[in-house]
Design a protein around this ligand. Sequence first.
Ligand SMILES: Nc1ncnc2c1ncn2[C@@H]1O[C@H](COP(=O)(O)OP(=O)(O)O)[C@@H](O)[C@H]1O
Ligand SMILES: [Mg+2]
Length: 297
Amino acid sequence: MEKINLTKYRLNHLIKYKLSKNVIATEGKIYYYPHKTNWTNEMKVLKMFYRDLTEDRVANIEFLSEYKKELESISSLVLPDALVSYYGKDRGIIMPYVENTNLADFLMFDDVDQTVKLRHLKEVGKILEEISLLRKYNSDLKDFAIGDLHEANTIIESSTNRIKFVDIDSAYTGSYISASKYLTLNINLESLSNKYPMNEDESIIPNEQTDLYCYHMMILNYMYRDNIADLPIDEFYYYLEYLKKIGMNKNFLESCSRLYTSQENINPKDYLDNIGVNVSRASRKIYEKCKDKIMNI
Ligand SMILES: Nc1ncnc2c1ncn2[C@@H]1O[C@H](COP(=O)(O)OP(=O)(O)O)[C@@H](O)[C@H]1O
Ligand SMILES: [Mg+2]
């Protein structure tokens, strides 16, 4: 992988990328990085980590570079272009800049129809399906998983209106495990070690099942308008019962109900075409207000 030496002078003259209110960068700062060669003049992005990258983290990023061609068959992945060295240490990555609306923001917009939001969420499911095929047909990528899949790592590219996944440097490629919004410290997953395996540090090892779990959390969080992954399992099932009572698509609910069982998770994307309910009724606020009345009908 190409390595770029970044000087303090250059870093000080880069413009910081402004994150919107629903997005937090946990690992580092993002900067616009104008990249000139003899032939091109492109806008890129620099992700400058708060700490030097560990060896296994660098190995993970280099794996992504080694399999760039294969991974690029999924055009929705924003892959790293180069490693950045700062004072002799690996500290960042350069990647293409994608002008976007963050999905975490988009899902909160009041003036956008729910069918449009669900269409974007459905596209996330399509990308997961493509990744599933990639795993199947390329044995070197059989362990590849997005890992930290969540709405803020998902963006809508302005020029194409298509979904892209960012933060791919933290994708799982076979050994290095990054923290994940929905998997890290999630006690609900602890006893399901066949489906959601853990390593000796008690970190969940991302796989197809965990990606599908995170995908369900993205959809359910959009409906619940809070973090559903935090709900104790029995309360989660009670909420699914409520959703059933208000008319939510049964296949979608069946798919959700598998998450905390030993049954394999499935991709619910096709059920989003016909969700069967105005999702505003699924919000935590409305749910807490109406659940006793609705559940007794
Ligand atoms: N290549 C990119 N183009 C445009 N925006 C990006 C790009 N990469 C990241 N971002 C934005 O910056 C945010 C933080 O980047 P991310 O890689 O997720 O950092 P962290 O690992 O700290 O979560 C993302 O949620 C996204 O909004
Ligand atoms: Mg992120």
